[in-house]
Design a protein around this ligand. Structure first.
Ligand code: SD4
Length: 326
């Protein structure tokens, strides 16, 4: 009996040891896998360079992709000299700066805010909608009230001197035409992979300059301006939002990656799809960025002139020209 008891004790002891060793082994594998994953961040246009620096501070200190894509684009939102993102953006045709933004993480949590006025960091409001509400999209006065109730400050409704000057000039003719690659529609979209192997994305903009009051673009719409599927990859869009909305652009890029295409091929195929659905494609610019689960990245645009900033541990932060259809 006592032998049996001893045997049971010993078995329990060795089983315990085995469990400890096994869980240590799993931890070690996880740790060594984590070591192999190199963080990457990629974002649209040359203002992506400064935004990437903000994101890299988070990624290089083992932070999450979600924090990185929020902190990264906040740099652009903070820059009042930027005429296409944040409160320094060009207004709509009635003189209001109205902001759109969206964010999405590796768990598939997401949210957007649209037609938001007088709030400095729409991306952080979007994140708060994602984290504190059961909703995915909030707009206008309701979104603003939600922001103010949660500690955001109501900023001035005055245009910056630069935006005011441009608006007054525009008012002389009051003519709206999307102009390719000119700074009247340069959203910042950002996608990142962190050292834990997780993807997140963000997108923030003042939208098309001199748009109709109330117009919302692709940037705050999950799947259009930005999309993340942590099993596959992440994508974001810039350019004429109406054309991107029609084809659920960023979702389409991720779905093409799911089918096995490289990030660049996925962006290219999505641009080709967009062209089929947009008879006016020669007069507009659209660009996509994509990053897959392995940290491979790519971009493609409709017209020449789309560039993007890429930050990798090997090469640092660099600006690249995207290949284009035209
Ligand atoms: C929009 N896609 O509101 C945004 C504008 C923009 O680069 O990208 N620009 O349609």
């Amino acid at each position: 009996m006592s032998t049996r008891r001893n045997f049971l004790k010993l078995s329990a002891f060795t089983a315990g040891l085995f469990t400890i060793n096994k869980s240590k082994a799993i931890e070690n594998i996880a740790r060594s896998n984590a070591k192999q994953i190199k963080p990457v961040v990629i974002s649209t246009w040359s203002h992506g360079m400064a935004a990437n620096e903000g994101a890299w501070k988070v990624l290089s200190s083992n932070g999450t992709a979600l924090d990185a894509v929020e902190k990264g684009v906040m740099v652009t939102e903070d820059d009042l000299t930027n005429l296409s993102v944040g409160l320094g953006g060009l207004p709509d045709r009635d003189g209001h700066v109205t902001l759109d933004a969206s964010i999405m993480d590796e768990k598939g949590r997401c949210a957007g805010v649209a037609f938001l006025e007088r709030i400095k960091h729409p991306i952080s409001v979007a994140r708060m909608v994602m984290e504190k509400t059961p909703h995915v999209l909030m707009v206008g006065e309701g979104a603003q009230k939600f922001a103010l109730d949660n500690g955001f400050k109501l900023e001035s409704k005055e245009l910056t001197p630069e935006a005011d000057k441009a608006y007054k000039e525009w008012l002389k003719k009051s003519e709206y035409k999307p102009v390719i690659n000119i700074e009247n529609h340069d959203t910042i979209g950002m996608v990142a992979l962190d050292a834990h192997g997780n993807l997140s994305g963000s997108c923030t903009t003042s939208g098309l300059a001199y748009k109709m009051h109330g117009r919302v673009g692709d940037s705050p719409i999950i799947g259009a301006g930005m999309y993340v599927d942590n099993e596959v990859g992440a994508a974001c869009a810039t350019g004429l939002g109406e054309t991107v909305l029609k084809i659920c652009g960023s979702y389409q890029v991720v779905e093409f990656m799911r089918q096995g295409l490289s990030p660049e091929e996925a962006c290219k195929k999505t641009v080709e799809r967009l062209i089929k659905k947009s008879p006016n494609y020669k007069d507009v610019q659209v660009g996509f960025l994509a990053l897959n689960k392995n940290g491979e990245h790519g971009a493609y645009s409709l017209q020449k002139g789309f560039n993007y900033a890429l930050y990798t541990p090997e090469n640092g932060n660099k600006l690249f020209d995207a290949k284009s259809f035209i």
